[in-house]
Design a protein around this ligand. Structure first.
Ligand code: VNL
Length: 391
């Protein structure tokens, strides 16, 4: 009697142990988050991971009966590494969706894997227009440089800036920023005196800024990726370009919320255009910023964080709409055309291009509560990526 009970009990225990294991794979929804956690773009990785974890903490880790699992991998900022990681995530981990991508070359490398594996991929950071053209499985929650640059090219000539030198990082988003800013600025009667491109890796901005000084434009237009703005502005001030009367304008990557408050009062008055400021008014953003800071005491959320947060929202909505059953194609279909309120304002994932339509703001660096912020003073509503309209 006792023996039989023991055997039964042992059998039940074995079953109880085996069940969750068997159930595990099918009941889990896996997100492979590929980010630069080390190297030059590490701040982008930190911001996006923090925002993704915040989204999950706020919305729970069970959606439509599925346990959501976040697998974070460090690509060290290198496309070859990212591609290998993406393949492993798809083949070994069987992730349902890929996301992250801190730099354009990484998003482009992962796009190939997404197409082969028929796995949706969400670009949360990178911002070259062509990324969403690289795979029918690629969507975007960040922004595009054409989208951010055009508004500034309309603002500048009306505000005393008739001539510029452009300075951009020499790769996809820099080329987009240079092209879309310059063409529009020229169409508005402005003069582009010179176009300068600095290398992406370990750039030394000093020789470029010397050229800007010699060219004496009304303003310098800058695009550098998130995390590099402080280095440019340090050289700008050290060489006395501000004292020489040269103004600075750029996309909001330059006055990134993650760095801005440590860039000094010389930043006051600098005008940029972008889709997100931590100082964006509105209840949703106030709550987002407060919760982000509570969870990450020494960090201010920047535009990378909001890209990560909204990318997670797209995934959660996709899981809900497919009742947790969706394969890659169903999930993709569910995320196309999504419309929602983001901390940045209203956004829509364009059904055709899978790119993000959003408000673009003109902002000026001002002091608020003793800290430097990008304070929005104008808005262009629901801007589609101009890079797509061209075709
Ligand atoms: C890119 C564009 C990266 C804008 C950025 O920061 C950025 C990119 C890392 O497409 O590589 O601010």
């Amino acid at each position: 009697m006792l023996r039989r009970q023991l055997v039964q009990a042992a059998g039940l225990t074995a079953m109880a142990l085996a069940l969750p294991l068997a159930a595990h794979a099918a009941d889990t929804f896996k997100i492979g988050l590929i980010l630069p956690m080390t190297g030059q773009q590490a701040s982008t990785g930190r911001e996006i991971e923090a925002a993704a974890r915040l989204y999950m903490a706020q919305h729970g880790d069970t959606v439509a009966g599925k346990k959501v699992e976040l697998i974070v991998k460090d690509d060290t900022g290198l496309p070859d590494v990212a591609k290998r990681i993406a393949q492993e995530l798809v083949v070994s981990d069987k992730v349902n969706v890929l996301a992250g991508f801190g730099l354009t070359p990484i998003a482009l490398a992962v796009a190939q894997v997404a197409t082969q594996a028929k796995t949706p991929a969400i670009t949360m950071a990178a911002a070259t227009s062509a990324i969403t053209d690289a795979s029918p499985y690629m969507l975007r929650s960040s922004f595009t440089l054409p989208q951010a640059s055009v508004a500034l090219a309309d603002w500048a000539p009306k505000n005393g800036i008739k001539s510029v030198v452009t300075l951009v990082s020499d790769y996809g988003p820099g080329n987009d920023a240079e092209k879309y800013f310059s063409e529009r600025f020229a169409a508005n009667g402005g003069k582009v005196i010179e176009k300068l491109r600095a290398p992406l890796r370990d750039p030394d901005f000093a020789p470029f800024l010397q050229k800007v000084r010699d060219a004496k434009p009304d303003a310098l237009f800058v695009f550098v990726p998130s995390g590099n703005g402080a280095a440019v502005m340090k050289q700008f001030f050290e060489r006395g370009l501000d004292k020489a009367g040269i103004r600075v304008i750029g996309t909001g990557d330059l006055t990134d919320d993650e760095q801005l408050n440590n860039m000094g009062d010389g930043m006051l008055g600098i005008v940029t255009s972008h889709h997100y400021s931590a100082a964006h008014p509105g209840e949703l953003n106030k709550k987002f910023v407060e919760a982000f800071r509570k969870a990450n005491p020494n960090m201010r959320p920047n535009f990378m964080a909001v890209g990560g947060y909204d990318g997670m929202h797209m995934i959660y909505e996709g899981i809900k709409a497919t009742k947790g059953e969706g394969g890659g194609d169903a999930l993709l279909a569910a995320m196309k055309g999504l419309k929602f309120d983001s901390p940045r304002g209203p956004v829509e994932i364009d059904k055709e291009t899978r790119d993000i339509t959003q408000d673009i703001y003109l902002r000026k660096v001002e002091k608020k509560d003793g800290q430097l912020y990008n304070i929005e003073f104008d808005v262009i509503k629901q801007v589609k990526d101009p890079g797509k309209a061209k075709k």
